[in-house]
Design a protein around this ligand. Structure first.
Ligand code: FAD
Length: 489
């Protein structure tokens, strides 16, 4: 043990010598924000939080940690929602200072950015150059590109542009032994063997440290129209989605869903928000059409579809955002929904996907099953309906003890995830697996796929030092030296 302690102290000295004292934080107060995940579900421990400035410093840190056998947890904005960034006693590797835009190539329509760039700043740089970088999430002001890549982030525009994997052409990655894989190619065609970048995207820091990426840019929308509709059920929402897709094709940029309970708690907890439709409806959808053509008559097209849908009884009411401010206010209703749920007490969360054709069926079946299991439970099924990705969240019954409710998390996992699995869906659609779903994954993922995942992990990280304990368990064996994160009450 004394040797281990000495080796770890020597590691901190070596890192401090190369990076400087300001880049190697060991004081508990300085490390605090890196030890706890955003929702306060877990607390980890760390020897140090290191803040390298560039790729070579990242490679140095990884090499030295590999030599000392010390685990590394990469962190971007620490906004992940599955405990993926919580440390297991080793070093937290913050990518925040790798925040340079390396190149914007207008003709190739690509931007090359470092992993620590905040998503919003990439969007803004693209916008200033006359382009769109379309990844858009409620955490965009603080999440970072490396985190977006490592979680294969989705968001509200996946329907039209795809998720982070589809937006990425090339990567630069520091491997577990400190070597650098330079895959920073902005190619739209490259069939020179296996697609290595796709292995690292969505790997949640378990296979390599992403230091930079080449991302796709798109023409900026010149016309945009937003609508908020109320209808009687998720099935009616799905009918409308189907019609809109037929009429609008890829001009349909977003189709986000929320239930009456969800809208109600946004209006209750966010002063200044206004009920967009006069009455109550069981289901709501926020719809956006956009086009790079200025003269695309989106409003007329959307009005025509919604008018016909009203006549056919598909929807009960609708409003169009008549101005930019009104559209933003409609989007605000959707964006506030993730946050306000915590103000309603305990919330058991599921981030699942089913084929779009079954999304309404899933919402109804899972709602019925949960309500039957616990009368008074308040279902908040919302999100990226057009991608088949629903945040199926459960708010505690009014007056119930919060801890007693949260103690039922696994029980409700079984109910909801069994339904998802029965529909050939995914129990981790958007936020990833991290720590929170690692053991759950074993119940639902194809066993051969799990074997392949472990084989890839073992090949790329034989010492299991890259974000151990996340995504797939690899026999994290030394809890005395590197303790697992604690689950917080
Ligand atoms: P972190 O939280 O720092 O890290 C996430 C994971 O990636 C961890 O496992 C970490 O170890 C790993 N990692 C981080 N950087 C690197 C790197 N450079 N190399 C290798 N591994 C790395 N997600 C969606 O997909 N869609 C949404 O709509 C969405 N909405 C959200 C809304 C809110 C309000 C919040 C708080 C989160 C939301 N998320 C959403 C979660 C989402 O995954 C994150 O916000 C974001 O993608 C993570 O980026 P980050 O920089 O914060 O990563």
């Amino acid at each position: 043990m004394a040797i281990e302690t000495a080796a770890r102290a020597a590691l901190i000295d070596t890192l401090t010598e190369r990076l400087g004292t300001a880049a190697v934080l060991t004081n508990p107060g300085d490390m605090e924000s890196a030890l706890v995940e955003l929702r306060g579900l877990y607390r980890g421990q760390a020897l140090a939080v290191v803040r390298p400035r560039d790729r070579d410093e990242v490679a140095f840190v990884v090499r030295e940690c590999a030599k000392a056998g010390v685990p590394i947890v990469p962190q971007g904005g620490n906004t992940g929602l599955v405990g993926g960034g919580v440390p297991y006693g080793g070093v937290v590797l913050s990518l925040a200072r790798l925040d340079r835009i390396r190149e914007l190539d207008p003709v190739n329509a690509t931007i090359t950015v470092e992993a620590g760039c905040i998503l919003k700043s990439v969007q803004e740089t693209a916008d200033e150059a006359g382009y769109l970088f379309p990844l858009s999430l409620a955490s965009e002001g603080s999440c970072r590109i490396g985190g977006n890549l490592a979680t294969n982030a989705g968001g509200t525009a996946v329907l039209r542009y795809g998720n982070m994997r589809e937006l990425t052409l090339g990567l630069e990655v520091v491997l577990a032994d400190g070597r650098v894989w330079n895959g920073l190619k902005g190619l739209r065609k490259d069939n020179t063997g296996y697609d290595l970048k796709d292995i690292f995207i969505g790997s949640e820091g378990t296979l390599g440290i992403i230091t930079a990426a080449v991302l796709k840019l798109f023409p900026k929308p010149q016309a945009r129209v937003t609508a908020f509709i109320g209808c009687a059920s998720p099935h009616r929402a799905l009918d409308l989605f189907d019609r809109l897709r037929e009429v609008a094709g890829d001009q349909l940029t977003a189709f986000e869903y929320m239930p009456d309970f969800g809208l109600g708690i946004v209006l209750k907890h966010r002063p200044g928000t206004v009920r967009p439709l006069s009455g109550h409806h069981a289901s709501y959808a926020l719809i956006e059409l956009s086009s790079p053509q200025k003269d695309a008559d989106l409003q007329r097209r959307l009005e025509a579809v919604l008018g016909q849908a009203l006549e056919d009884g598909l929807i009960e009411d609708a409003v169009l955002g008549a101005s930019e401010a009104q559209s933003l206010a409609l989007w605000g209703l959707r964006e506030n929904l993730s946050e306000v749920q915590r103000l309603e007490g305990g919330s058991i969360k599921h981030d699942v996907a089913v084929p779009v054709s079954r999304v309404a069926e899933f919402i109804e079946a899972a709602t019925k099953a949960c309500e039957a299991e616990m009368p008074g439970i308040r279902v908040c099924a919302f999100g990226h309906f057009g991608d088949g990705n629903i945040h199926f969240n459960l708010s505690q019954p009014i007056g119930m003890d919060k801890d007693a409710f949260l103690a039922q998390w696994e029980h409700f996992n079984r109910i909801v995830h069994d339904i998802v699995h029965g529909m050939n869906g995914s129990i981790a659609a958007e936020h990833g697996v991290g720590l929170i779903k690692r053991d759950e994954l074993v119940l639902y993922k194809d066993p051969v796929a799990l074997d392949l995942m472990r084989a890839i992990k073992h090949t790329l990280d034989p010492q299991n030092i890259l974000n151990p304990g996340k995504v797939v368990a690899m026999g994290e064996s030394n809890p005395a030296t590197f303790p697992a994160p604690a689950i917080l009450p």
